[in-house]
Design a protein around this ligand. Structure first.
Ligand code: XMP
Length: 333
């Protein structure tokens, strides 16, 4: 695509001029399309003077940290460090049972702590490299809609939910922001990703929130709850892909409700946990409707439900979330 390749050339030039020939940039990546595209652009512009950091908060999808590492390092040649901070996140979340905002704050603040630590370490190492200067820049994969949203959310609604994608970090770190995607919409970022050679399945990946499955486990987040939510989610998403429905759906996941219900497994009565499946269709994520699986495949939800109950130890019921946004939100907390 001509206009995209022009954008790439122009943006790479702009980044090189901005950063200079010794400047270094650090940025968090998640494995999502925005941060990966931004990271790949930095890699093309300044090579290993861009340092990508993936904080494994223990709340990523099943096998996600390993797969992201493989794609970004082996596939895209990005200079990436993965930090496994699962234990720290889970220990700080211990005992937080019914305050979603508190959960989000703990996860957000712990992320900042871990990221800052790593940034200091990378900077100390970089000082011993003659060809590199200090880290002065922070990469963010901010898109045009994020920019608009953070401006228009300055009213009372800003307290509805704390998004930690925009703001917070740069001030604490005394870094200048570099935002190569800030003029692009999501579909343009996908086009750009394809142009940059990012694999199709990553380019079309559903969005995943910073607090991860932490806000999809209602009630206390424990290692056992994380296991259940992950396994159920993995079955749901695999079946969606196998049915060829992934790209018809804007976002899908399994959540864990904070209740138990009775069931019969084999010849025994059990008192086990309840999973909720959520799949929505939306263009802008401001409003959304449930994805109607029954329009495509009458047996789909039942099939997923049977697999989850049979394969995920500790689950005896599966519900489908039919709530629109508004009044619901896409995430559960
Ligand atoms: P809601 O739940 O507000 O979600 O309807 C709208 C979109 O935003 C994502 N989301 C988040 N993304 N950090 C993120 O990076 C967050 O704290 C966060 N909360 C919600 C959500 O997954 C959906 O795509």
């Amino acid at each position: 695509n001509w206009s995209m390749s022009q954008f790439v050339d122009k943006e790479i030039e702009r980044i090189r001029t901005l950063v200079g020939d010794k400047g270094q940039v650090i940025g968090a990546v998640s494995g999502g399309v925005d941060s990966t595209v931004a990271a790949k652009l930095m890699k093309e512009a300044i090579g290993d003077r861009f340092h990508a950091v993936l904080v494994d908060n223990g709340l990523l999808r099943l096998n996600e940290a390993v797969e992201v590492k493989k794609t970004l390092t082996e596939g895209l040649g990005i200079n990436l460090t993965v930090i496994d901070a699962s234990d720290l996140f889970l220990s700080r979340l211990k005992g937080v049972t019914d305050d979603p905002e508190k959960k989000r704050k703990i996860i957000g603040n712990t992320f900042i702590d871990v990221f800052l630590d790593k940034a200091k370490q990378i900077e100390a190492e970089a000082r011993n490299t003659p060809r590199a200067g200090n880290i002065e820049w922070l990469l963010q994969g901010t898109l045009y809609p994020d920019v608009i949203e953070s401006i228009s959310f300055k009213g009372p609604s800003s307290t509805i939910k704390t998004h930690h994608n925009v703001g917070g970090l740069p001030a604490k770190m005394d870094l200048k922001l570099i935002e190569p995607l800030r003029e692009l919409f999501k579909d343009e970022v996908r086009e750009l990703g394809t142009q940059l050679g990012i694999p199709e399945d990553l380019v079309w990946r559903h969005p995943f929130p910073g607090p991860g499955i932490g806000i999809r486990i209602l009630g206390e987040v424990t290692p056992e709850q994380v296991r259940i939510a992950r396994e159920a989610d993995h079955i749901f998403i695999s079946e969606i892909k196998a049915a060829g429905l992934y790209r018809h759906i804007s976002q899908a996941f399994a959540a864990l409700l904070p209740v138990k219900a009775v069931g019969v497994m084999g010849d025994k009565r059990v008192h086990d946990q309840v999973v909720a499946l959520r799949a929505v269709v939306t263009t802008d994520f401001m409003t959304a409707r449930m994805f109607n699986f029954w329009e495509h495949d009458m047996d789909f939800v039942e099939r997923v439900s049977t697999r989850i109950v049979n394969e995920v130890q500790g689950v005896c019921r599966v519900f489908y979330d039919t709530t629109s946004k508004p009044p619901g939100t896409i995430e559960m907390e």
